[in-house]
Ligand binder design. Sequence first.
Ligand code: TNX
Length: 530
Amino acid sequence: MLALAPMRSLPLALVGLALAVAAACGKPKMTVAPTPPAPAAAPHSLIPAPISFTATGAAPFTVTPRTRIIVNDREAVGVATFLARLIAAAPSAAISVELIEAGPLPEDAFVLQLRPGAAMAAEGYTLASTATQVVITASHPAGLFYGVQTLRQLLPAAVEHEWLRRKTLSVPAVSITDAPRFAWRGAMLDVARHFFGVEEVTRLLDLMALHKMNRLHLHLADDQGWRIEIDSWPNLTRHGGGTEVGGGPGGFYTKAQFAEIVRYAADRFITIVPEIDMPGHTNAALASYAELNCDGVAPPLFTGIEVGFSTLCAESDATYRFVDDVVREIGAMTPGRYFHIGGDEVKKLTPAQYEHFVKRAEAIVGRYGKTMIGWDEVAALKLDPGSIIQYWRPGAPKGELGQTGNVIFSPANKLYLDMKYTRATAIGLDWAGRIEVRDGYDWDPATMVPGVTEAAILGVEGPLWTETVARRADLDYLVFPRLAGIAEIGWTPQAQRNWESYRLRLAAQAPRWTALGINFYRSPQVPWVE
Ligand code: TNX
């Protein structure tokens, strides 16, 4: 049996010390103390924190040249192979994965067990390590995968880098039970304002997987560029993909490249959520096809960063032929059930025209078997029961945000990854405020919007808009460390997370993130371990 050991915020000794100091100074109560120095150790440095964690005190498990990986089910081989690649001494070295369906389990082994009937959340898992075995158990392969990500964070940072992997790898003796709070733990990358190719996207998918995130929303079209090949409207990429903010060369994904992204994501239990922002944010499409404009005149391409000036013609047949073709082709390329239609910041349509467009788009998305997602402007309309609303405007009129019971939380003042950290941050925007690491972490989606409670919240998503972001180093800097906080908000129950514990665990990520080559922001709020 697992002992439940909820995480504590401040070690008791430290709290005691602070109280003693306050008493000695004659203060009536504990007021704002300076940020305490880093306490010696947190019980673990896992992000997101698991539901329960017990260090058993037994001897650790050590990987040797004879260590094997055992699965009890063919369905677990994919996850086992991921683990094998992680712990092989070099990418070329093999570590065997063996199928043993019944009988005693060998020693000196990682064991991945699928128990399809087990009373466990679909993405939940248990992990138990001793000196002789590390056993991960789940009811679905996704749970095994998350168990492997926990194992990865229990292993030393050396495991992340091929030149370091030769060091001894050991796993502390622990017992963990875990499952996520929310089904939707997402990030969004705007590849329209600045284009990011397959290599950058797959790298982001890797880093998301490390934090048990499971949705990557790709913002595939905006005023500045169209980034996904559509066979029936080839000029979208041929012309509309040819530039970006600032006038750079832009780019787009061929269907084969997009398929590669989808496959790479699926191997990491991440669903790609495609967005074609409509009816506004469409200058790249309008520039590519004159018939999408009400006046029949194609505007020039756009490389600035203003918003709200473009719109598809809400009343023309061409518009809905276009929407139908785009939803059908992209829908066929994405196994996930979602299609994001954008719907934000439309300043050039009347409310009636806006409603007409969104309801027709919603019907088209439904006809292709997908679920519509829209930014929170769509909440002003009466939506179909299954549709999803993505909340982004803090303090805006909320409409009926909770009307379908499916809300993704991306409040710009907490989760927008393109906001600056401080006044001194060289890149990023600040229209929603500046978001230091603590601001982005220390809040609860379930108490933010009156009337929208836990049950109506699908989860959280951190969008990276890329008006000011053109290079990997800049992307890294805005995304890390804040993405880890978003992952924990999405995964860990509210009662089990707090800033004091989080900042220590975050501090401990530095060697791993450095081994992974991440250019993260060294926030002064975090006592980084170097
Ligand atoms: C608002 S968020 C936008 C984007 C911008 C972003 C910049 C949303 C639905 N619309 O078009 O890129 O702000 O922070």
